[in-house]
Write a protein that binds this ligand. Structure first.
Ligand code: SF4
Ligand code: SF4
Length: 96
């Protein structure tokens, strides 16, 4: 069987508006659509920083005596509450 060289893929032939939604940056932040928010019981927090380590969007903020959250960027996934060894974080429903 004779081998035949195939031409390289020509990206210039692909239209650049195939996924217009994906290419439009959205100004919406997670705080605009989140259904649950984390709340720290400050008396239980020992500042171990486990929540800071596990938060996938890095919105955990260090305060003088506890850790808190930047609620504009928190997406309410609940990982911090799940991982907190002190059970100091509770997820509460967002008010409508
Ligand atoms: S994981 Fe829990 S105890 Fe540790 S810093 Fe975060 S809220 Fe505090
Ligand atoms: S709920 Fe999720 S996004 Fe929000 S602070 Fe906890 S881990 Fe981060």
């Amino acid at each position: 069987m004779k081998l035949v060289a195939r031409p390289w893929f020509d990206a210039s032939a692909v239209a650049n508006d195939l996924a217009p939604i994906a290419t439009e940056p959205s100004p919406m932040l997670p705080g605009d659509w989140r259904s649950l928010r984390p709340v720290v019981e400050r008396g239980k927090c020992v500042k171990c920083a486990v929540c800071w380590l596990y938060c996938p969007v890095q919105c955990v903020v260090e305060k003088a005596r506890w850790f808190d959250f930047d609620l504009a960027t928190c997406k309410g996934c609940g990982i911090c509450a799940q991982e907190c060894p002190q059970r100091a974080i509770v997820m509460v429903e967002e008010a409508a």
